[in-house]
Design a protein around this ligand. Structure first.
Ligand code: PLP
Length: 419
């Protein structure tokens, strides 16, 4: 079935009331029918709900539906994109391990990698996003993942994905993509051989800026890759925190299962059922919205390119953009609503932003409402100049998240502010 159909129907067997909308199970806990039933659930002899930190029927629909929409095998929903990224990494790393990451990343991810993962004894080795082959020099026997964003935020680059996946496969290392900006509609991670995809669903999936969320999706067949792979010994050894369970011995997608049974159980960044329910609503219309966001953004990029006050403009599907060839190769149906342009200085950027009337000054993306962000003074403020440049942020850089308003109204607003 097509992803558009799956986004509306997958993962939901109508309940006893035959409700058309997925029911919201706003509950913390679930009753056991007997002591034996409770014991069976805890021992995984039977599958069922125990406590919402471990599973919830509303969140379960979101997970099953999202995994199918993206063409994956299983998913684990989390409370935010940051927790999805953290869980994906610590699901494969122990203290002393390392991961390799592209140097153009969302600022929060960069911070988590450089500062927080370090506190957990995990080293992150960065490679040049535009020199992917250099990643191979960083690999050693403690390397557990290669991580990158399919469309980078805020720098809006599209990396040479095929070469990264080839390096990962050559060394039997897991490849992980943050597919937040592209969404499952613009980029299909598993068609390109990527093992794990993570998302902040707080962006295009919720779509109207209504709910925080994150999700981890694993590809079909990942258990075969994990089984007996010496890099991922803990998937093949008894987990003493779970009755000596060996994840790859089970007939369940092992990556998400281990993240749920270990990390979600012990760290608890669980989505509220209501947020899962909101994300289900968002997912139903994502295919239409992301196409429209992309169409309007390309038109705006084409107009801004001709504006004398715009020094540099970035949109991957704009002819002449340095990412154009990769964008055409990897992205379907558009390059999202993210566009950035440089007006030359911090002060000019401030003046343009303050004159905009339709665009709201907000640190978010993926909303129906158009958003403008000045990364240097907000999201990336805590980074050093060196780290800023590594993330592709300059003082005059203005980033837009183009919404679903009439595109000509948006163009007028921008042209007036730039005049
Ligand atoms: N990944 C990307 C590409 C993002 O843009 C963001 C947030 O902006 C995140 C991850 C973090 O997601 P969240 O804000 O849901 O924690």
């Amino acid at each position: 079935m097509d992803a558009k159909t799956l986004a509306i129907h997958a993962g939901y067997d109508k309940d006893s009331q035959l409700t058309m909308a997925v029911p919201l199970y706003q509950t913390t806990a679930f009753e056991f029918k007997s002591t034996e039933h409770g014991a069976d659930l805890f021992a995984l002899r039977q599958l069922g709900n125990i406590y919402t930190r471990l599973s919830n029927p509303t969140t379960d629909v979101l997970e099953k539906r999202f995994a199918q929409v993206e063409g994956g095998n299983a998913a684990l929903a989390t409370a935010s994109g940051m927790s999805a990224i953290f869980y994906a990494i610590v699901n494969v790393c122990e203290p002393g391990d390392n991961i390799i990451a592209a140097d153009k990343l969302y600022g929060g991810t960069y911070n988590q990698f450089v500062h927080t993962l370090k506190r957990f004894g995990i080293e992150v080795r960065f490679f040049d996003t535009f020199n992917v082959s250099s990643a191979e020099d960083l690999v050693d026997d403690k390397t557990k993942a290669i991580f990158f964003e399919s469309i980078t935020n805020p720098s809006i680059d599209v990396i040479d994905i095929e070469s990264i996946v080839n390096i990962a496969k050559k060394h039997n290392i897991m490849s992980m993509v943050d597919n937040t900006v592209a969404t499952p509609y613009l980029f299909r991670p598993f068609d390109w051989g990527i093992d794990i995809s993570v998302h902040s669903t707080s962006k295009y999936v919720t779509g109207q800026g209504l709910a925080m969320g994150g999700i981890i999706v694993e590809r079909n067949g990942l258990n075969d890759f994990l089984k007996s792979n010496p890099r991922y010994a803990h998937f093949n050894e008894p987990d003493m925190s779970y009755h000596g369970l060996v994840y790859t011995d089970l007939d369940f997608p092992a990556f998400c299962l281990r993240a749920r049974l270990g990390l979600m159980r012990d760290l608890g960044a669980v989505p509220a059922p209501f947020n899962s329910w909101l994300l289900i609503q968002g997912l139903e219309t994502l295919s239409l919205r992301i196409k429209e966001h992309s169409k309007s953004t390309l038109k705006i990029a084409q107009v801004l390119k001709t504006n004398a006050n715009v020094k540099e403009i970035k949109y991957p599907l704009l002819e002449g953009d340095k990412n154009y060839d990769n964008a055409v190769k990897y992205l379907k149906d558009g390059a999202s609503g993210l566009l950035s342009f440089d007006v030359g200085s911090f002060d000019k950027a401030k003046s343009v932003i303050d004159k905009l009337e339709i665009f709201s000054l907000v640190t978010n993306i993926g909303d129906t409402k158009s958003i403008v962000t000045h990364s240097a003074s907000t999201t990336h403020q805590q980074l050093s100049n060196e780290d800023l440049l590594a993330c592709g942020v300059t003082p005059g850089l203005i980033r837009l998240s183009v919404g679903l308003e009439d595109v000509d109204d948006l163009i007028n607003d921008l042209q007036n502010a730039l005049a």
